[in-house]
Design a protein around this ligand. Structure first.
Ligand code: SAH
Ligand code: SF4
Length: 332
């Protein structure tokens, strides 16, 4: 706006039009002069995500979306309803380079990072489609947010800004597989958003097998980083723990999990793996119950929350995979 000789506040009017009001055409910016609207339309486009596919769970309303980006790539987002909460689960990358063995997104490899606009758009589009706002946003879709740090934070700032999308920043959660430098950076910058770490195992050898990222960032160092964050921010940290049969779901694992995390200001989300592959599948209901109880019994500081809908619906990356499969199927 400065380059165009416009007053400073024009920039804010445009920002609010885009992010607070969600205008998708420059004609809607009625606070601006007609001439300026025209000039904007000549120089810029407001690009929206195109919906390619959407599936809903009849059981609990969980709804997944597949979006086409401006290029050939596609990404997923999910809406999860749980009591009074409506959680939007969004992607930060197309694919993911970290190759966790139980994760559908991991199989894609990294195709590219998302831009801040492509990240915020997932939220705007879903809010538009369901006609209501989320109570929470989690970066638990495709990708590793800490490997696209700048764009993820830029998008979160818009989503958590009163003149932007206007959700309280602590209701926006960044989830990481344990990229330690990212955790320190997040803590040192005093980011107002919440942080979750996908721990998924308390044994280095096992964790290395299911999450290759652990070779570079071992559990002890990861927990040190988590402690640094909780102490620096005064906030609690969430540990995600995906239960995988034969890997991480014994009573001993549960006890060790409590032992390693009980002195940290934290909560634990235990989530049964939702894929049903030969190697990576959830434990039996019985084992899940034992695990939950063993974690629960041993510390009051730890709350357990089952991520509803997650287990009956495909995890992020799976709708994408399904769509690719369908495309490849020969037509006859
Ligand atoms: N890359 C980040 C955020 C995206 S993955 C991370 O790993 O934290 C979001 C969450 O989905 C992680 O907690 C991951 O462990 C979990 N997840 C991946 N595949 C899953 C599966 N098949 N079943 C259940 N949870 C899964
Ligand atoms: Fe990437 Fe997270 Fe999937 Fe691991 S679990 S491959 S870090 S998206």
């Amino acid at each position: 706006m400065k380059d165009w000789g416009e007053p400073r506040f024009r920039a804010r009017q445009i920002y609010e039009g885009l992010y607070k009001h969600g205008f998708d055409s420059f004609d809607s910016f009625t606070t601006l002069s007609k001439a300026l609207r025209k000039k904007l339309a000549e120089n810029f486009v407001i690009r929206r995500l195109r919906q390619v596919d959407s599936i809903s769970s009849e059981k609990d309303g969980t709804r997944k979306f597949l979006w086409a980006l401006g290029d050939a790539y596609k990404i997923e987002s999910v809406i999860i309803y749980e009591g009074r909460r409506t959680t939007f689960c969004i992607s930060s990358q197309v694919g993911c380079p970290l190759d966790c063995k139980f994760c559908a997104t991991g199989k894609m490899g990294l195709l590219r990072n998302l831009t801040p606009g492509e990240i915020t758009e997932q939220v705007f589009r879903m809010a538009e489609i369901i006609g209501s706002r989320p109570t929470n946003i989690v970066y638990m879709g495709m990708g590793e947010p800490m490997l696209n740090y700048e764009a993820v934070i830029a998008a979160a700032r818009v989503l958590g800004d009163v003149d932007g999308f206007g959700l309280a920043p602590r209701r926006i959660t960044i989830s990481t597989s344990g990229i330690i430098p990212g955790i320190y950076r997040f803590a040192d910058e005093g980011q107002p958003f919440s942080l979750a770490v996908s721990l998924n195992s308390v044994d280095d050898e096992v964790r290395k097998k299911i999450m290759p990222v652990s070779k570079k960032y071992p559990i002890e160092k990861l927990l040190q980083a988590a402690r640094y964050y909780t102490e620096k921010s005064g906030r609690l940290i969430t540990f995600e723990y995906v239960l995988l049969d034969k890997f991480n779901s014994t009573q001993q694992d549960a006890r060790k999990l409590v032992r390693l995390t009980h002195s940290l200001k934290s909560k634990i989300n235990v989530i049964p793996c939702n894929s049903d592959e030969e190697l990576y599948r959830p434990p039996s209901e019985e084992k899940i119950a034992v695990f939950r109880e063993s974690v629960n019994d041993r510390s009051r500081r730890i709350t357990l929350r089952k991520r509803k809908g997650w287990e009956i619906q495909a995890a992020c990356g799976q709708l994408y995979a399904e769509n690719e499969r369908r495309k490849k199927k020969p037509k006859n």
